[in-house]
Design a protein around this ligand. Structure first.
Ligand code: ZN
Ligand code: ZN
Ligand code: ZN
Length: 593
């Protein structure tokens, strides 16, 4: 390492709602400052590792991957208010691959088991995953600085011994920081004394939370968002310093001029940390065979069983096939899959597909086709032929959701086609196209059995078996449907929405028709005689429906040059009807008659 100072304690944006440093900007800044390595130590997470690693290598900076862990005061499973209060910080850096794996383990367990406001680890877990890690005692929230601040020097020494034992003599450092906080003076002095007393090396860091000094306000806003406070709140959580920025090495060297060992050690640690991510090897999950056989053996066995079954089916249809061609292909495929190391992957996929099939969960890429002129229900209630559908059209799914069409596929099909006769037409589909259906059962009442009467829930015959109680909506392959099965059809549920007619859409657009925003009328003859105005917008309600009913049954209309009229013809004894029509004309169109 050529740089005299390397930042080993840095929070990026992946320290959620706390770190305000973007990875690209961080790397550019490190380059500007001629620092040839930089670490990221986000709070409790490794979210940024891969992005940071890849980007750092691209710009020629050595990535040091770390994490500032939250350490639970007792076990990570203890989750009381006191456990929340007693939380301390610990910075861990991956020195090698083993260390990186341990760090991932710690971060995962912290999220999965130790989460209590923060992802937490504990000392027991730390003991199991300490190899390959360099530990720093962290900020004022570290266990040792906290004990020092509480005046508990003996306990602070005890804690230091614990970390020394766990990480080893050269892999635990007392971290000193200089952020202009009064209390840091006392803590740093105590750490210096402890360093001499217990022979633990010092290391200087700046606990960077933002890139530039000017970003402190933006960072405080971030903290307000994290804690649900406003900037005007006098009690809001804040760091009380504007010194948590990514300082140039000159500033760091000046800040720690009394501790040259501490700044030198940043380079020493950075030089020791060497990890390499392997993006080329496939990391398939291991198949848990629960048997003496290897995954390769089980795979081999299953493939051959399946092959024998298929071959019997094929030979039943085509007795003269060239069996050797099939056999050769089988051996070829098996060998390739084994060479690639894929058997475990195939077995795992086979396992969950098998489960899905046994439990009626639809599987596969949705194989199955319908005839080009099959109807599809669009979200607007219109039906169109599937061949006319466009990508982006909104269709209604079997569950009533509205989804956009994402893709369109069409191909020539030489398979057997199933035709399903349903109430409103015939569906033509391939055998394996799944249909949302209920497979019906036969009525169990004696004299019905022979004639295969289908059992329906609405039936009121006395029967004890009630086969319909087992009816279940499920995906059934079209080829497996039989007569009397129930097929589900989508329809638009009636909506409680007003239907409004704009009458301007209905009248013939002749020259003597006039309309404005609210009314419709005629202008007749050369002297522009206006008829009575009727409302242009009419709500299709009960009255309107009734009036239309009368009109369809008894009405007439005439549109002439000099005169327009609508009339109803009733028998002289039907005065009640006539009166009602008069009333309806008044309520619907505001017309006297
Ligand atoms: Zn922080
Ligand atoms: Zn901290
Ligand atoms: Zn920190």
């Amino acid at each position: 390492m050529t740089s005299e100072f390397i930042h080993l304690h840095v929070h990026t944006q992946y320290s959620l709602l706390d770190g305000a440093i973007r990875i690209d900007a961080l790397l550019n800044r490190a380059k500007d400052f001629s620092m040839d390595a930089v670490a990221i130590t986000d709070h409790g997470t490794m979210f940024g590792s891969v992005e940071f690693y890849e980007k750092a290598l691209k710009v020629g900076i050595k990535p040091i991957i770390g994490c500032e862990c939250y350490l639970a005061p007792r076990r990570l499973t203890d989750k009381t208010a006191a456990d929340g209060k007693g939380l301390s910080h610990l910075v861990l850096l991956a020195e090698n691959q083993e260390g990186y794996r341990n760090l991932c383990q710690l971060a995962s367990v912290a999220q999965l088991k130790g989460f209590y406001y923060k992802p937490r680890i504990d000392k027991e877990l730390l003991k199991q995953h300490s190899k390959g890690l360099v530990a720093l005692s962290a900020c004022l929230h570290g266990e040792i600085p906290r004990l020092i601040q509480a005046g508990k020097t003996d306990q602070a020494d005890e804690a230091a011994h614990f970390y020394l034992n766990v990480f080893g003599e050269n892999s635990f450092f007392l971290e000193i920081q200089e952020n202009g906080l009064e209390v840091q003076k006392t803590v740093n002095q105590a750490l210096l004394e402890m360093s001499r007393r217990l022979s633990i090396p010092l290391v200087a860091t700046n606990d960077c939370h933002y890139l530039d000094k000017e970003d402190v306000r933006a960072h405080e806003v971030l903290l307000c968002i994290q804690t649900g406070k406003t900037m005007n709140d006098p009690d809001r959580f804040r760091f009380g310093t504007d010194q948590l920025y990514f300082k140039p090495k000159e500033v760091m060297l000046a800040d720690f001029k009394n501790y040259p060992e501490a700044t030198d050690n940043t380079g020493v640690i950075a030089g020791r940390c060497e990890i390499e991510f392997d993006f080329k090897t496939y990391h398939f999950p291991k198949f848990d065979a629960d048997s003496e056989l290897t995954a390769d053996d089980i795979f081999d066995q299953k493939v051959r069983e399946g092959y024998a079954k298929r071959l019997t089916e094929i030979k039943a249809k085509h007795p003269d096939i060239d069996e050797k061609a099939y056999q050769d292909r089988l051996e070829y495929e098996i060998s390739i899959i084994k060479d690639m190391g894929f058997p475990g992957y195939f077995l795992i996929v086979a396992d969950f597909i098998q489960y899905a099939k046994e439990n009626n969960v639809p599987v596969g890429p949705g194989r199955g086709c319908v005839w080009p002129d099959s109807k599809v229900l669009l979200a607007n209630g219109k039906e169109i032929r599937i061949q006319d559908i466009e990508i982006g059209d909104s269709v209604i799914t079997h569950s009533g959701n509205i989804l956009p069409v994402q893709n369109k596929m069409a191909y020539d099909c030489d398979e057997e086609i199933v035709q399903i006769d349903v109430a409103n037409g015939v569906l033509s589909l391939t055998q394996d196209h799944k249909i949302w259906a209920i497979q019906s059962k036969t009525c169990t009442v004696n004299h019905h059995k022979t004639s295969s009467v289908v059992c329906k829930p609405a039936c009121n015959r006395h029967c004890s078996e009630k086969p319909f109680e087992d009816y279940q909506l499920q995906w059934v392959k079209a080829g497996q449907l039989k007569k009397n099965d129930f097929v589900v059809f989508p329809r638009i549920a009636s909506e409680n929405k007003d239907i409004i007619f704009d009458l301007a859409d209905f009248v013939e657009q002749k020259e003597h028709i006039r309309c404005d925003e609210n009314h419709l009328w005629y202008e007749i003859g050369t002297n522009h005689l206006e008829t009575k105005k009727i409302p242009r917008v009419v709500c299709f309600d009960q009255d309107c429906a009734k009036l239309l009913g009368y009109y369809i049954a008894e009405g007439w209309s005439r549109l002439g040059e000099q005169e327009c009229a609508v009339g109803f013809g009733f028998h002289k004894e039907e005065t009640e009807y006539a009166k009602e029509v008069q009333q309806l004309l008044k309520t619907v169109f505001n017309l006297e008659s």
